[in-house]
Design a protein around this ligand. Sequence first.
Ligand code: 5GP
Length: 198
Amino acid sequence: MELLKQMILEKGIVLSKDVLKVDSVINHQVDPFLMQEIGKEFAARYSEENISKILTIESSGIAPGVMAGLYLNVPVIFARKRKSLTLVDDLLTASVYSFTKNETKEISVSKQYVQPEDRILIIDDFLANGQAAQGLAEIVNKTGASIAGFGIVIEKAFQTGGKLLRSQGYRVESLAKIQSLKNGTVQFIEDNLEVYNI
Ligand code: 5GP
């Protein structure tokens, strides 16, 4: 997705060879037009999949998730990372190790929002080692609902998440695939080039 790649090149800050900061458009301040285009793109890629719900994770998955939900005309659920006073009964949970925060958290979704007949699109902002994605898939799989695939805004293809999910047979659609962040530079994998973990 050209607009997204352009934004990453213009506004992204390479923090290390593993971490990209895009706080000015995705992770802290949000660019609504960019999010709208991201939502349209996910909706177009999954338009034939009879998606009934989107599942994402707070907080940075919510904006792209909601925009995709708008264009697919389906509700959007976000997994919570913190216990909430109002989120009390019948919870589906999974443990997720956070790559950027170096900690393990239990994520949870109320059972009432995912039904066995649902067809779920899982959306997140980044795909690194796939821990968040696996946790969300684990939650869906506990309900008997099916997973149509993953919609990832930025996949860091030099980390293991994409390979892991694809090896499990999941469809993974990433709007920007980064090959390397070495030397403070963002290098993309072109859309038609299926080269991972180089
Ligand atoms: P994973 O679970 O795939 O290892 O990591 C994905 C999660 O970690 C995403 O939800 C995202 O919030 C965060 N994350 C991983 N890598 C990056 C990165 O390079 N930049 C930012 N901003 N977040 C990241």
